[in-house]
Structures are given as structure tokens and as C-alpha cells.
Design a protein around this ligand. Structure first.
Ligand SMILES: CSCCC(=O)/C(O)=C/O
Ligand SMILES: [Fe+2]
Ligand code: NI
Length: 183
């Protein structure tokens, strides 16, 4: 389950407290465990799926989230796959690991792996949310945040787009608190 990490090294692991803190940041965190076994597990086991595999995984997740994420709440979705041999991984890491916002809600459903979403509160304080499989996060348009992968860069997430069909970022004047930058 998600945990919040603060610059002083303290953490919050209580599920309700983490969700409340994320809500206080203007985002929404929910948890929907993935269905076990069968086709999904086999697909999640591949670091990089081909187009047919990606389509099959997205279709399976569509069915899984149908009651949770109404189809009319997004116009497009795609599968983000990160792993150590992903071409351009370092550039992607740099792109995501600078504070930015989006003109569209940033809606992510984590399928496998571990990732970190950083947030800037209105008072300027920063915190890091660790997310894993089954975590659903909605960062509303305009909310300042960043994203980093863990030491093991493997992560798969479905990205849902409410309006534009692609990733657009608006840079922030803020810089990440050094205490929240991985050593
Ligand atoms: C977990 S999906 C990749 C990260 C991303 O799309 C984004 O905008 C992070 O802030
Ligand atoms: Fe983002
Ligand atoms: Ni700001």
C-alpha cells in the first residue's frame, strides 16, 4: 500500500492517513488490487510487451476498472512501461524528475513495480508518495508534482487522458527538496 515520505525522513503508512494527506495536496489516491493469475500475470511478467501484448493488457485492465473508472471519464489511455533496457530511460527519468504540472488531470493506475510521485503543497512543503501495483492516482491539472522510478526501474502503469491525447508538461519554478532526491 502507498506510503508518504517527508523531507525529515519520517513516513506515513496508515492507509487512511496517506489518502487524506494526498487529498490535502489536491490529488486522489485509491487502491484496487489487480486480478490475480492467468493472462494478466503472464503479461505483467514481461518487461516490454509488443503491441499485441500491450493491447491485451490494456483490454484486461479496462474490464477490471470498468466499475471504478467510468469509460466516459477519459478519452484515451496508454500503457507506460519502464525497465532498465528501455531506450531513452535516462532522458525520461530527467523529464519526469523535474517539478511540473499538466493542463489535463494526470491519472495513473500502477500495474507492477514501484514509483514515486512528489508533490508540492500550496505552502511550498514537499512530500513523496510511493506507489505500487493496484494504486490509482489522480493528480489534477495544474497540481505541481514530479515522478521518479525506484532503484529497480521496472514499472508498468496505465495512463488515462481526459482531454489531450498525449503527455504535456508545464515546468515549475520550484526545485525538488534535496532531501527527497534519491541518493
Ligand atoms: C507513471 S507514468 C509516468 C510518469 C508521468 O507520466 C508523469 O507525468 C509524471 O509526473
Ligand atoms: Fe506528471
Ligand atoms: Ni507552485
Amino acid at each position: 500500500m502507498a506510503r508518504l515520505i517527508f523531507p525529515d525522513g519520517t513516513e506515513e503508512r496508515d492507509r487512511a492517513a496517506v489518502a487524506a494527506a494526498v487529498a490535502g495536496l489536491g490529488a486522489q489516491l485509491r487502491h484496487l488490487p489487480l486480478p490475480g493469475g492467468g493472462e494478466i500475470d503472464a503479461l505483467l511478467g514481461h518487461d516490454q510487451l509488443d503491441a499485441a501484448g500491450q493491447a491485451a493488457l490494456l483490454a484486461a485492465i479496462d474490464a477490471h476498472v470498468a466499475g471504478w473508472l467510468p469509460r466516459d471519464s477519459y478519452t484515451a489511455r496508454d500503457l507506460a512501461e519502464f525497465h532498465a533496457h528501455l531506450p531513452g530511460l535516462d532522458e525520461l527519468r530527467r523529464k519526469f524528475a523535474s517539478i511540473h504540472s499538466h493542463p489535463d488531470d494526470e491519472v495513473r493506475y500502477i500495474l507492477t513495480g514501484t514509483g514515486y510521485f512528489g508533490f508540492v503543497a500550496t505552502d511550498g512543503s514537499q512530500s513523496l508518495l510511493e506507489v505500487k501495483a493496484g494504486d490509482y492516482l489522480n493528480v489534477p491539472r495544474g497540481a505541481e508534482h514530479w515522478f521518479t522510478l525506484g532503484a529497480d526501474p521496472r514499472l508498468k502503469a496505465v495512463r488515462y487522458f481526459a482531454t489531450q491525447q498525449e503527455w504535456v508538461a508545464i515546468p515549475s519554478v520550484h526545485r525538488i527538496d534535496p532531501a527527497l532526491v534519491p541518493a
